[in-house]
Design a protein around this ligand. Structure first.
Ligand code: C2E
Ligand code: CA
Ligand code: CA
Ligand code: CA
Length: 279
């Protein structure tokens, strides 16, 4: 805390100021991007492992900038979190995602859940639950069709507020999942005290299942543990058909990955959905 503010500039080297200049530029770009409508949602199918039928889609953010092209979230979300821009961006995401899911339901008569990523900064914003409720009300989407994906990183902080907010969301029927499960080095005890519905097994485990016995054992153990706690399981990063046989045999509820589909722009997702059997 001592080195905050102006004193920090004393230690800047030319490379550092270049980096910070780039960051400042990126930040002001991002601010404008929201106004200019440069953000887009892509949708990746989440299927029932046993039948291959669609059950949900995960909304994945893209920044389509005329100068930079398609910018992937790993390149701008960390900065959006640091600067707090993730709060208005995140509000836009959830609003857009709920509208899309309602629209698919109106079009096809099928209820398709929509999974939305929530970053820790966004979750801790005092206006977070209001923004979620507004998105649901404005879109008319049933709360049960909205799934919020939260990383273990957020749960780790273990505050009373975190527990309260999760309880509040659970109470209105919103589904809650643990994203990137297994990467957070957290104790597992939170699983029994927090109202989670789903575990998403991180792709780093899933992808090595066919190569490493240890990963197969881990994934099997996670599935069994989740089921005995009454949680559903999603395997992320499913790229190969052989993996789907393993996941079926192990009764993994849902699967997501390039084997089924890459994240798609909404029009392509609608097309995918029209040609996919229901679960
Ligand atoms: P995530 O939540 O773990 O999302 C899954 C990532 O895995 C996505 O990357 C997806 O495109 C990718 N993926 C899906 N299937 C496969 C596969 O079979 N193989 C491989 N190798 N990758 C696969 P993406 O879209 O680049 O997103 C990266 C991360 O950015 C997300 O990871 C999430 O943490 C974050 N993110 C994306 N959209 C949002 C958002 O709206 N809000 C927030 N806060 N974070 C977001
Ligand atoms: Ca996710
Ligand atoms: Ca719940
Ligand atoms: Ca994930």
């Amino acid at each position: 805390a001592k080195h905050k503010g102006k004193s920090a500039y004393a230690r800047f080297t030319p490379e550092m100021s270049e980096v910070s200049h780039e960051r400042l530029q990126m930040e002001s770009h991002m601010r404008k991007a929201l106004e200019l409508g440069e953000f887009e949602l892509y949708f990746q199918p989440i299927v029932d492992t046993a039948s291959g039928g669609l059950v949900a889609a995960e909304a994945l953010l893209r920044w389509n900038n005329p100068a930079m092209g398609m910018v992937m979230p790993d390149r701008f979300i960390p900065l959006a979190e640091e600067t707090g821009l993730i709060i208005p961006i995140g509000e836009w995401v959830v609003k857009e995602a709920c509208q899309a899911a309602y629209c698919w339901q109106a079009m096809t008569g099928r209820e398709i859940s929509i999974a939305v990523n929530v970053s820790p900064r966004q979750f801790r914003d005092p206006g977070f639950t209001d923004a979620i409720m507004r998105a649901l009300n404005d879109s008319n989407l049933r709360p049960e069709l909205l799934e919020l994906e939260i990383t273990e990183r957020l749960i780790l902080d273990n505050s009373i507020e975190t527990a309260d907010i999760l309880k509040q969301l659970d109470k209105v029927g919103i589904r809650l999942s643990v994203d990137d499960f297994g990467t957070g080095y957290s104790a597992l005890s939170y699983l029994k005290s927090y109202p989670f519905d789903t575990l998403k097994i991180d792709k780093s485990f899933v992808q090595d299942v066919l190569k490493e016995n240890e990963d197969a054992s881990l994934v099997r153990a996670i599935i069994n543990m989740a089921h005995s706690l009454g949680l559903k399981v999603v395997a992320e990063g499913v790229e190969e058909e052989d993996l789907t046989h393993f996941l079926k045999a192990e009764h993994c509820d849902y699967s997501q990955g390039y084997f089924y589909s890459r994240p798609l722009p909404e029009q392509d997702f609608i097309h995918w959905l029209e040609t996919n059997e229901r679960a």
